[in-house]
Design a protein around this ligand. Structure first.
Ligand code: TYM
Length: 346
């Protein structure tokens, strides 16, 4: 988008990512992002956010939003994010996000946002009637990351374009305000077999919370019966499972199920095909269901346990917000100074 380059950023490496508290999380969120959150905390400072400000860009129920934030927090922790090592917090609890988003609104260009495919997909023919916030969504996302000078962002493939926009905003800010290397250009961490999990009903659509059919996705809280039933009815074809990755070409639904198996078992798709090639789905689907249930059942159990004590979860989130604020506050002081703003407390 822009040809602005900035000299290398020399600050610390810092991981940032977020999920929307809109409905329960599904296998795509888990394999595309959450498993990476857990892995990265071993050798990085990590911030994992629950992005409630993003959730209000479309219709939402104010009565349930806070509880949905707790549910995402519980899912993070139940999946293995350690709230002592990593910072888990709710976006609206740290005001830097909205302030920096406004400043970035004055850096980002209309044309950049008009090219965002996720807005076009969500708005369809109704773009004129969508909220300005939905259009502006990726600018807030850039602010989320850069309020902490986030350098690495674990996400699924659907977020790739938003991350490119974050890099463009960071580069233009550095350039426009003659602050070379002030913001890092955040790097997406997308690779891995779970980067793009597709709908169980249609291999051309991604698995999504907004799909009206619950049969299209496996939720983190589905029990073993529900998982088995959904996989049993998952779309496939009448051919046997192929022997090679190349032969998955043109068989999107089969490729998706093999990819899910590989992501859950920690094998490559080629290894999965080495075992299952030549066999039918009548054997493969129950094995996949068992594998998924074995991974997800302990997470669902732990989520239930955590959600039974909302006061403890709220304390964890408050502690996370304090730690996040402590990182963002000096960065925002610098941002205001660089931009020439008055700022609070003068
Ligand atoms: P959200 O809430 O839609 O999704 C959360 C994470 O799950 C990934 N994901 C998938 N990965 C693989 N296959 C799928 N079918 C699938 N569906 C979802 C997403 O890529 C994401 O990583 N805009 C973000 C939230 C956000 C954010 C941020 C992320 C706000 N600010 C800053 C990173 C950094 C979103 O809507 O995620």
């Amino acid at each position: 988008m822009t040809d602005v380059t900035s000299p290398a950023y020399t600050g610390p490496r810092r991981v940032f990512s977020g999920m929307q508290p809109t409905g329960g999380l599904h296998l795509g969120n888990y394999l595309g992002a959450l498993v990476k959150f857990v892995r990265l905390q071993d050798d990085n400072e990590c911030l994992y956010c629950i992005v409630d400000l993003h959730a209000i860009t479309v219709d939402h129920d104010p009565k349930t939003l806070q509880q949905q934030c707790r549910e995402v927090a519980a899912a993070y922790i139940a999946a293995g994010v350690d709230p002592e090592r990593s910072i888990i917090f709710v976006q609206s609890a740290v005001l830097a996000h909205t302030e920096l988003a406004w400043i970035f609104n004055c850096v980002a260009r209309m044309g950049w946002l008009q090219r965002m495919t996720q807005f076009k997909d969500k708005a369809g023919k109704n773009a004129e009637r969508m909220s300005v916030g939905l259009f502006d969504y990726p600018v807030l996302q850039a602010a989320d990351i850069l309020a902490y000078k986030g350098t690495h962002v674990p996400v699924g493939e659907d977020q790739k374009q938003h991350l490119e926009l974050s890099r463009d905003i960071a580069a233009k800010f550095n350039n426009d305000f003659n602050a070379p290397g002030f913001f890092p250009l955040p790097e997406p961490l997308i690779q891995g077999p779970g980067a793009r999990i597709m709908s169980l009903r249609d291999g051309k659509k991604k698995m999504s919370k907004s799909d009206p059919s619950d049969m299209s996705r496996i939720n983190l809280t589905d029990d073993a019966d529900a998982i088995a039933n959904k996989l049993k009815r998952a779309t496939t074809d009448s051919l046997p499972i192929p022997d090679t990755v190349e032969a998955l070409e043109g068989r999107a639904e089969v490729e998706n199920l093999v990819g899910i198996y590989a992501a859950l078992s920690g094998e490559t798709p080629a290894q999965v095909l080495g075992v299952w090639g030549g066999q039918g789905f009548a054997a493969f689907k129950p094995a996949l269901a068992d594998l998924a249930a074995a991974k997800l059942a302990p997470i669902a159990d732990e989520m239930r346990r955590l959600l039974a004590d909302p006061a403890a979860l709220d304390r964890t989130l408050r502690h996370g917000a304090e730690r996040a604020h402590a990182i963002a506050a000096p960065i925002m002081d610098d941002v205001r100074r660089i931009v020439g703003l008055w700022g609070p407390g003068r």
